[in-house]
Design a protein around this ligand. Structure first.
Ligand code: EPZ
Length: 430
């Protein structure tokens, strides 16, 4: 079993480089299925979710060539519309983008239901509502989501999203770029990775307007040719390092970011006592005075991102006073709280609200990551805590954070990877 062992209580100092955005990459890579030519995609994060998606594309017959550590050439000109392998697809949430991409390219798709972080129900009814509105018949049989365009090709229409959904907005965009006619998505989500997907598709010959606003218009085209595109920096990875130095104290230059995407995170960390200096493609974050309490509600972009909720909770555990955290997007995103309590945190959770009483210090403990951002939050708590913290189930963290141990060590963290024989295997062997 692989664990991270952290000796905490040290401020962080130095410079860290942010990688490409996970939630953009896991949509842009499947979007290559729509392109009849070679897509050169740059600034891809080296994370396991990306590796999985590339493996799925290869299973479908795509030609994937590594150009360098963060760049691949993907040629889907000759792919066959094979069934997506269940073993791979069920491991990540983003496999649902394969439905929109295959529907858009072939007019049909057979994809296993998605996996991903467990926050209670993660329905895809809004995705299906969009596909059906565009003329597809969708049903689940034999453990697969089976979708087929009635006339062999998706048809443009207007789709009103009952609620702001990142995945549904991007999936409908994927199904619409090669459709007949024009598709209008109303009440669309506005996250930076949605704009990134639209920019990628437009660079390949699509006609998408309005991404980043709540009305996106997609004029269907006959085909997408090849091209090259560089993925935006990861807003949440950057926010995670901002929260880390806010929790531990110190001063860190976080490079390769788009400050505009971090505005809401910056505003809240400054309320808590951090100082944030914005530069063209970097933010300098410093915290050298006591952490102050604040209240935070997570909301769709441009609100405070839900994917930063566990990380900022780690900071609030050490803030003077009582803070109220409200999860505005997911039904149950507080599974990490029990692990924080093992470190001395004082948190009460009631439904979507967590009331956090700040404590003078957290103490290191053996804890377990239960999902991607919860795992990152435990790393932050361990960095700030007195003593040693051992984090298990780190595979969750490595789904979305490239080289996190190296990057943290580079800013002064005492963190190392420890691989121990897997007790369960030992028992089986015995
Ligand atoms: C994306 O998930 C991200 N994942 C999540 O990040 C992120 O938390 C979420 O957007 C919100 O920003 C990826 O991009 C791979 P939604 P997604 O559709 O698309 C409800 C991370 O840590 N809903 O915006 O699944 C849903 O239950 C991950 O990187 C429906 O009811 O999120 C939720 O309450 C975790 N029906 C809300 O909408 C649907 O058909 C927002 O979900 C779809 C969603």
């Amino acid at each position: 079993m692989t664990k991270y062992v952290i000796r905490g209580g040290k401020p962080l100092y130095g410079t860290v480089e942010i990688s490409g955005a996970k939630n953009a990459a896991v949509a842009i890579l499947p979007a290559a299925l729509l392109v009849d030519g070679v897509c050169r995609i740059e600034n891809i994060p080296q994370i396991s979710d990306v590796t999985l998606i590339l493996n799925i594309l290869q299973e479908l017959g795509a030609d994937v060539r590594t150009v360098n550590r963060t760049t691949v050439d993907i040629d889907c000109s000759h792919i066959r519309n094979a069934r997506v392998p269940d073993t791979l697809a069920r491991k990540i949430r983003a496999s649902y983008y394969l439905i929109g991409a295959l529907l858009g390219r072939f007019g049909s798709a057979e994809v296993p239901p998605p996996g991903g972080c467990d926050f209670g129900g993660r329905p895809i009814d809004l995705h299906i509502k969009g596909f059906v509105a565009m003329g597809a018949e969708v049903d689940v049989k034999g453990g697969l989501i089976c979708a087929k365009a009635k006339d062999g090709r998706m048809a443009g229409t207007t789709v009103y999203m009952d609620m702001s959904s990142v995945g549904a907005t991007m999936n409908i965009m994927l199904a619409a770029v090669l459709a007949t006619g024009t598709t209008v998505i109303e009440n669309a989500a506005k996250e930076p990775h949605i704009v990134d997907l639209a920019n990628f598709l437009n660079s390949m010959g699509a006609s998408i307007m309005g991404a980043g606003t709540d009305v996106i218009k997609i004029k269907g085209v006959d085909h997408l040719s090849g091209g090259s595109y560089s993925i935006i920096p990861d807003q949440i990875e950057a926010g995670t390092y901002m929260a880390a130095v806010t929790a531990t104290g110190g001063e860190v230059l976080i490079k390769n970011v788009i400050p505009k995407h971090l505005e809401c995170i910056t505003a809240k960390l400054v309320e808590m006592g951090a100082e944030v200096e914005e530069q063209d493609d970097a933010v300098l974050v410093r915290r050298d005075r006591p952490l102050e309490r604040t209240n935070i509600k997570t909301l769709p972009y441009p609100g405070f991102p839900t994917d930063m909720q566990p990380q900022v909770a780690a900071c609030l555990c050490l803030a003077q006073g009582t803070s109220v955290l409200t999860e505005g997007v997911w039904d149950n995103r507080y599974r990490y709280v029990d692990e924080f309590r093992r470190m001395g945190a004082q948190i009460q959770v009631d439904g979507k609200i967590a009331v956090i009483e700040g404590v003078a210090q957290l103490t290191g403990a053996a804890v377990e990551a239960c999902d991607l951002r919860a795992g990152a939050a435990l790393v932050i708590a361990g960095l700030a805590a007195q003593g040693s913290t051992e984090i298990s189930q780190v595979r969750h963290i490595e789904r979305g954070y490239e080289d996190i141990v190296r990057k943290l060590s580079g800013i002064g963290a005492d963190i190392r990877v420890v691989v121990t024989p897997d007790e369960t295997k030992a028992v089986q062997a015995g």
